[in-house]
Design a binder for this molecule. Structure first.
Ligand code: GLU
Length: 329
């Protein structure tokens, strides 16, 4: 009996010891498996972990393990930041702005959501992929078609709703389906779906996987995109460049910046270390080699399209480099 008690003591002692030495966990909310948030989030997590556990660990910051988590998308990422189920998230600038100004899905908040930016990462583009044989050449022709608009927690669905309204259409005018892109690819190839939508960077894996079907991308008329920008300043006209997807020419669309967002309660030193490490050579070279969209994540564009205030720790980093004024507004 004594032996058993002694070994139980020993085991719990070891467990306590390993917990006390375990690095802190820093969770980053991303998106679906076949979008761009997830692979980019994974590269960022990998690069930051290498720094925060390695010889270049920022001084005075505990060892930290970063993980990228799949999620429903931007709206879910804000919600899990607010409930502290994650420490950071990739969030569309328009969605972050809604949270900060209590609009749309965040209307019920008692106070502006305590979300703060670390950086702007890259522009996302609305990509409405349709089977060629569905003969959908304009946005209006989506009417009556079976189209997946992504899940309720996604930023894609939020932008789609704005686009429908701008075309005087509603979801009911389509036969809408609400699936993450990874669940639409096979359905589109089997002709159970005529199209699916993604507000994402390029190239998105879900679209690259459409190898056994002829598809096109529905253009968004630039005048409509401009009109939308008048009401939603963080959405702006843009293009999907020719050749991103085999056989698809340059396509006008609507864009928004993807931001790396944290809770305002994140300690300033941690937010500073996070920002400094994000822009380190180590993390940037991982991003550049790991994903085509990663090459456009640069310090030069770190403040493009920000829709919410910077976290004070991030602000200090940019102020030291003369990218924002010394005095925080
Ligand atoms: N912007 C999309 C959203 O918030 C996610 C895009 C992605 O997964 O790359 O729903």
């Amino acid at each position: 009996m004594k032996k058993i008690i002694a070994s139980l003591f020993f085991i719990s002692f070891c467990v306590c010891l390993s917990f006390s030495q375990a690095p802190g966990l820093f969770r980053i909310g991303t998106g679906g498996l076949q979008g761009v948030y997830y692979p980019i989030g994974k590269l960022i997590a990998q690069g930051l972990t290498a720094r925060f556990l390695g010889p270049d660990k920022p001084a005075g910051i505990p060892e930290t393990l970063f993980v990228a988590q799949t999620s429903g998308g931007s709206i879910s990422n804000v919600q899990s930041l607010l409930s502290k189920e994650t420490e950071a998230g990739l969030v569309q600038a328009d969605v972050a702005y809604w949270a900060y100004t209590r609009q749309g899905p965040f209307e019920g908040l008692a106070e502006p959501a305590p979300v703060r930016a670390i950086a702007s990462l890259y522009p996302e583009k609305m990509q409405i992929v349709v089977r060629k044989d569905a003969r959908i050449e304009t946005f209006d022709q989506l009417k009556g078609k079976t189209i997946s608009l992504d899940e309720a927690g996604s930023g894609t669905l939020a932008v789609l709703r704005i686009l429908l309204e701008a075309h005087r259409l509603s979801e009911k005018d389509l036969k809408p389906v609400y699936l993450k892109p990874e669940f639409t690819v096979d359905r589109l190839m089997r002709n159970e779906l005529q199209g699916f939508c993604m507000m994402a960077g390029v190239p998105a894996l879900a679209i690259e996987r459409l190898t056994s079907v002829d598809y096109s991308i529905v253009p968004i008329d630039p005048t409509v995109a401009e009109r939308i920008q008048g009401q939603h300043p963080y959405l702006f006209p843009g293009v999907i460049p020719a050749g991103v997807y085999q056989g698809i020419g340059q396509t006008p669309t609507i864009e928004v910046y993807a931001l790396l967002v944290v809770h305002q309660d994140l300690p300033d030193e941690m937010a500073y270390a996070l920002t400094e490490s994000l822009w380190s050579k180590q993390v940037l070279s991982l991003l550049e080699t790991g994903h085509a969209q990663g090459a456009s994540i640069t310090l030069d564009t770190a403040l493009d399209g920000l829709s919410i205030p910077l976290h004070p720790g991030a602000y200090r980093f940019y102020a030291e480099r003369g990218m924002v004024s010394k005095q925080e507004p």
